[in-house]
Design a binder for this molecule. Structure first.
Ligand code: ADP
Ligand code: MG
Length: 226
């Protein structure tokens, strides 16, 4: 995944991104940090093709996003990407397993297989026992784990997470981070926006953004002396 010289201007003249270039290699785990309003979410949305850039290039697994129709883009997104947000956006009337199934809607999976894949994803996040529960019957941490199961059920190459621990207490936050780490160990590329300094400091690569520009991009552990 790569963005090159991306600008995002909103009506009214706000330049949320002002020439951002960033490349994520396969199986990287990148933390994105920066003050509120600096453009982090906008960058993640553009990387995830949820929004189009005003100018610049976005490449996703060999596709140049600007060249794709909305329909093709939805298909590519559905196959390659998983999203996790601060709010989990589960559907209130659906059980955990049904919510996870919605992550397969664009992946071309036959209905009969969806449920077994969804159950396997819930198992991976430690929630097999909650498969039949609805969101209001679960804790905030459990709901976020359901949302993560939904994001990973189609085995995306890239998971984009925007403050997924922002609404959780310490223990639940650590659980969500551990899940993301495991996913990364299994080969999934992860971009994680976080306000949590401790989480950011523990990641192998950290990109800092201010006023719509990348001001630092460091790999604290790579090549550092013993
Ligand atoms: P962050 O996630 O770092 O807090 P955002 O990417 O949400 O920052 O926002 C960056 C800037 O773009 C802010 O000034 C914000 O107000 C502005 N912005 C974001 N989305 C929109 C929008 N849909 N319309 C107008 N301005 C927006
Ligand atoms: Mg944000």
């Amino acid at each position: 995944m790569e963005v090159v010289e991306v600008v995002k201007a909103f009506p009214g003249g706000v330049r949320a991104l002002d020439g951002v270039s960033l490349r994520l290699d396969s199986a990287e785990f990148v933390g994105i940090v920066g003050p509120s309003g600096s453009g982090k979410s906008t960058l993640l949305h553009i990387m995830g093709t949820l929004e189009r850039a005003t100018s610049g290039t976005v490449r996703l697994s060999g596709h140049e996003v600007g060249d794709l129709s909305d329909r093709r883009l939805s298909a590519v997104r559905g196959r390659l990407l998983g999203f996790v947000f601060q709010q989990c956006y589960l559907t209130a009337g659906l059980t955990a397993v049904e919510n996870v199934c919605t992550g397969l809607m664009y992946a071309g999976v036959a209905a009969a297989r969806r449920r077994s894949l969804a159950l396997a994803a819930l198992e991976r996040v430690g929630l097999a026992a909650r498969a039949g529960h609805r969101p209001h019957e679960m804790s905030g941490g459990e709901r976020q784990r359901v949302a993560i199961a939904r994001a990973l059920v189609h085995e995306p190459a890239l998971v984009l997470a925007d403050e997924p621990t922002g609404a959780l207490d310490g223990a639940n936050s650590a659980g969500v981070l551990a899940l993301l780490r495991r996913l990364n160990d299994e080969g999934t590329t992860i971009a994680l926006i976080t306000h949590d300094r401790e989480i950011a400091a523990g990641l192998p690569r950290r990109v800092e953004i201010r006023d719509g520009r990348i001001v630092s991009d460091v790999r604290p552990t790579a090549g550092s002396p013993a």
